[in-house]
Design a protein around this ligand. Sequence first.
Ligand code: M3L
Ligand code: AKG
Ligand code: FE2
Length: 407
Amino acid sequence: MPLMRMLNRLSGYVHWKQGLECLGARSQHTAAHSSSCNYQLLPDCLELKYGGLVMHFDYVWLRDHCRSASCYNSKTNQRNLDTASIDLNIRPSKSRVDEHNLFLTWPDGHVTRYNLTWLAQNSYEGQKKSAMQPRILWNADIYSSAEVPAASWDKFMSCDEELKNFLNNFLLYGIAFVEGVPPTLEATETATQRVSLIRETMYGRMWNFTSDFSRGDTAYTKLALDRHTDTSYFQEPCGIQVFHCLRHEGTGGRTLLVDGFHAADTVLQRTPENFELLSHVPIKHEYVENLIEHRNHMIGIGPVLNVYPWNNEVYMIRYNNYDRSVINTVPHDVVRRWYLAHRQLSTELRRPENELWVKLKPGKVLFIDNWRVLHGRESFTGLRQLCGCYLTRDDVLNTARSLGLRA
Ligand SMILES: C[N+](C)(C)CCCC[C@H](N)C(=O)O
Ligand SMILES: O=C(O)CCC(=O)C(=O)O
Ligand SMILES: [Fe+2]
């Protein structure tokens, strides 16, 4: 739920006025209130009650976040104030509120005005309650019944609204399709560049691969591939993967998609201690390629689940059992518990109801959030040619934000 809607809803239930009167009577500290808010200067922080939230702000934080013209350049959105020169024992000498703002006067006479809504949105307590990224966690049923429309190539290339809808779906579900794309590498590249910069890797910029074992990896065979995320062996795994099947004359070769965040959420709800292990135990992934043409050695270290510590929201899953390397970063008893946690997550990822199977066809380009949705493939026969690329996550999110989406 968006924060402001949540605040509005909560504020209906709380009788601040009552709370205020007791507060004023008992408090030793400076306390004050206006119709919609009240606050008090506690010894180590300012406590603010506003819009149904009780928030605490450190005094150095408050001084550091002054948005006055001398402290902050609103043309560049950059801080001017030298944070390291703030007295770490600073406290305001005067304070007051009006309907929308809190005003603090600092010992040197400088006045800071804080918009109350801004404070609520930027408080720790507010962040704790709101998701960084609104998402719809899915299994095969949920995704299919949502009937998420694919973008159509012409509109996608010419109309910002179509791009915005496409990105909105991508942000909500972690996958999105563009249909009617000419079945060429060039058109695929054009489509991806509408969204983001391409992230070049040791596989190249745009790749076009088949089962010729031209690289030392199972992807370049006809074998089935179990669900996984790619480039788990990078310190920062690639954010988005794009697939376009240009040709397949044969059988099998369907693509498997699984929402990793849905599986992680089930683990969190049922067995929080397993979620804790998966989000804290550092795991190594490694890519060692020893061909005459290609020699590569990549190592990426990080937990299976990367979470924001303030709200336990998962922002990246790194799951690739093929490329997972030796575990030597934790003692044996933790290893044992980690395997248990890994088993539970794998069980969730493998539930047939969580599997979305699609057959990629020429013309249909698939964008996968490689930090969230796992992919795999069925074994196949015949000639199968897949092209695509990786995208820079920052640039995808940047495009989404520039179109007014929350990302
Ligand atoms: C997509 N492309 C064929 C270029 C690369 C495949 C990389 C495969 C690797 N095992 C991984 O999961 O990262
Ligand atoms: O062949 C496929 O469908 C996908 C193979 C794969 O996992 C990859 O290229 O990353
Ligand atoms: Fe892959």
